[in-house]
Design a protein around this ligand. Structure first.
Ligand SMILES: [Fe+2]
Ligand SMILES: [Fe+2]
Length: 259
């Protein structure tokens, strides 16, 4: 009997101990999983906040560059929303279009490095002045291109390529057609149209229909025909979007991610 008891007792004790251990280990494991989950969420929130602050800072810099041309600061907001709408009309995914809404407004950030004497010159630019002016595409890319965050990679691509022309005669790299990233082809179209509808130091604003005709005249020359066609097709919606942005007086914060 003793022998039997003696054999059973350690086994029972081991089972009991192992049950206790299992329960304690399971509770500990549960706690660890909960802690990791919380840390993961907190880390993601912190990263989102950093990306948002980074975006806000670069948008403010873009706004500073843009104030040289547009003292209302609304042009860059319209560019963002128009680029998003045009990307959607061209069949881009909502996520891609949304990223372009946030990236396109930074295309002229490089103008922060362009002297006012050139940027605000009322008459035509001399060839050396034109060279100084054209440098804003590469300056923009170098300001934006130091991040591995997809939004800023896209913004850098747009900044570098937004003055390339579909026919290959643009700058800085004389890229043509599909060599020019679609995001830059879209931004170029909405920027051209929207800029024509604004007063400039050297001319008055054009009426929407006049600006549209000037855009169409550049179909296949400066601009991708497919992008121009999508703009023309969605023109009523594009104009309605512009009017509603103006009426609401949206500022650049409308371009940031909702918190
Ligand atoms: Fe530009
Ligand atoms: Fe612009």
């Amino acid at each position: 009997m003793n022998t039997v008891l003696g054999e059973r007792a350690p086994r029972a004790a081991t089972a009991y101990a192992s049950n206790c251990f299992d329960e304690a280990a399971a509770a500990q494991m549960e706690q660890l999983v909960a802690d990791f989950g919380r840390m993961y969420r907190e880390r993601n929130e912190a990263l989102e906040q950093i990306a948002r602050a980074h975006h806000e800072c670069l948008l403010r810099l873009s706004l500073a560059a843009d104030f040289k041309d547009d003292d209302t600061g609304v042009h860059i907001v319209r560019i963002g929303f128009l680029a998003e709408a045009l990307a959607l009309a061209l069949g881009e995914s909502p996520a891609q279009a949304r990223m372009l809404r946030k990236a396109a407004p930074m295309h002229d950030i490089g103008k922060i490095g362009t002297p006012d004497a050139v940027l605000k010159k009322a008459g035509p630019l001399t060839p050396p002045e034109r060279e100084v002016m054209n440098r804003h595409a590469e300056i923009g890319e170098s300001i934006l291109g130091r991040s591995r965050i997809p939004l800023f990679e896209l913004a850098a691509l747009v900044a570098l390529n937004h003055h390339e022309r579909f026919d290959g005669t643009g700058y800085p790299n004389r890229r043509a057609g599909a060599q020019i990233p679609l995001a830059a082809r879209i931004t170029a179209v909405v920027d051209f149209y929207d800029a024509l509808t604004m007063d400039r130091v050297y001319r008055k604003a054009f009426a929407p229909q006049e600006a549209l005709a000037m855009l169409v005249a550049e179909r296949g020359k400066a601009f991708d025909p497919r992008v121009v066609d999508a703009f023309v097709e969605g023109f009523a919606a594009m104009e309605a979007l512009r009017q509603s942005i103006n009426a609401q007086g949206l500022d650049f914060r409308a371009l940031l991610d909702e918190q």
